[in-house]
Design a protein around this ligand. Structure first.
Ligand code: NAP
Length: 335
């Protein structure tokens, strides 16, 4: 049986539970490809999984890792042809798990060509945030050109993608961040305003920057006590999209505002959604976002690249919360 290197969660706990191990190479099934992985993106949900708070959906690999870039090694040729993919092609892919490994399988519909000019390391950090931002900000949140988007956690992997995508689509972006360095980074990426949430009241600041109108869409990865404050600084007909609950799940808010001002409160998680749903997002990204990437309106934001064997250090770095953009594991340094 062909073996591969992989990073497994040996027990729930701190970064040290991540171990480099040998596992059998996965086999692609119908409608799937086998990818020889060059680089794997790290996402906050991987940290939650490592701590035992985010189990993989049924049928997914127990290995962490929601995104990779590499080369198609083999797979369902008919499905590949129908999707315009071929063996040997450089691709990036969204996964439900199994990305921290030298080989992974992905449904053809979740595989996209590496954008021109992007390295594998850069492309490995693309799928999870691009799929998440597209489906939440543009699909559920219906952000339009000329509107204002507030992104909590502007310097996160999700945040740097949201800033650039929304800006490239003609929206104004305001972010909240925890430090001055993160504020500067977000402004350089195209945010119009960065609010230091530890020092400033984001409700008052959003109102000030929008002449009292408020934000049309809010992308919230904090929730808890933020929900009531989000509602206060949403514009009439505004949409609040919750994608994480770092601040807790309990929220009290004035429900009267929701009906008086026709607000929408929604949210979603990407990982457990069916392959067909993710494939539909992939087609939308290809159509609407790939052209923006290829004309340079959206760029990769890689904070740090570590050899895959140092996955524990990479998780510790993410939990230190000083990063701007993506942290990536490089498998080529292990070969
Ligand atoms: N629903 C979905 O489908 C989905 C998919 C992917 C990710 N997510 C979620 O999206 C979030 C970002 O993921 P990521 O991989 O990009 O993680 P990340 O880079 O580690 O970002 C986490 C961010 O949360 C920010 N944050 C924490 N508390 C905050 C607060 N009170 N106010 C404002 N910002 C705060 C941190 O910013 P500061 O250091 O500036 O505080 C940090 O930038 C995670 O919570 C993740 O679970 C959801």
């Amino acid at each position: 049986m062909a073996m591969m290197n992989a990073i497994e969660i040996s027990a729930y706990g701190g970064p040290e539970v991540l171990r480099l191990v040998q596992r059998p190479r996965p086999q692609p099934g119908e409608g799937e490809v086998l990818i020889r992985v060059s680089a794997s993106g790290i996402n906050r949900p991987d940290v939650l999984q490592r701590r035992g708070h985010y189990a993989p959906p049924p049928g997914a690999s127990d290995l962490p890792g929601l995104e990779v870039a590499g080369v198609i090694e083999s797979g369902d040729v008919e499905a590949m042809e129908a999707a315009g993919l071929r063996i040997g092609q450089r691709v990036c892919a969204l996964l439900a798990g199994g990305g921290y490994a030298e080989y992974c399988v992905a449904p053809v519909g979740q595989v996209l060509p590496v954008p021109h000019g992007w390295s594998d390391v850069e492309a490995a950090g693309l799928p999870e945030t691009f799929f998440t931002v597209w489906s939440n900000v543009f699909d559920r949140g219906r952000l339009q050109a000329g509107e204002t988007l507030l992104v909590h956690g502007g310097a996160s992997g999700i945040g740097v993608t949201a800033i650039q995508m929304a800006r490239a689509m003609g929206a104004q972006v305001i972010v909240t961040v925890g430090s001055r360095d993160k504020a500067s980074a977000c402004l350089r990426l195209g945010a119009a305003h960065a609010i230091l949430y530890r020092e400033q009241d984001f409700v008052a600041e959003v109102k000030r920057h929008t002449q009292g109108r408020g934000a049309d869409v809010i992308l919230d990865m904090v929730a808890g006590p933020y929900v009531a404050r989000d509602i206060e600084c949403l514009a009439d007909d505004g949409r609040l999209v919750i994608i994480a609950v770092q601040g807790g799940t309990d929220a009290r808010f004035d429900a009267g505002q929701v009906l008086r001002r026709r607000l929408t409160i929604t949210g979603s998680t990407l990982r457990p959604r069916p392959v067909a749903f993710k494939a539909a997002i992939a087609r939308e990204l290809r159509r609407h976002v790939w052209p923006l990437i290829e004309r340079g309106a959206i760029r990769p934001v890689v904070h740090r690249v570590l050899p895959a064997a140092q996955a524990a250090q990479a998780h510790a770095l993410m939990e230190a919360d000083t990063h701007v953009g993506k942290i990536i594991l490089d498998w080529t340094q292990a070969r």
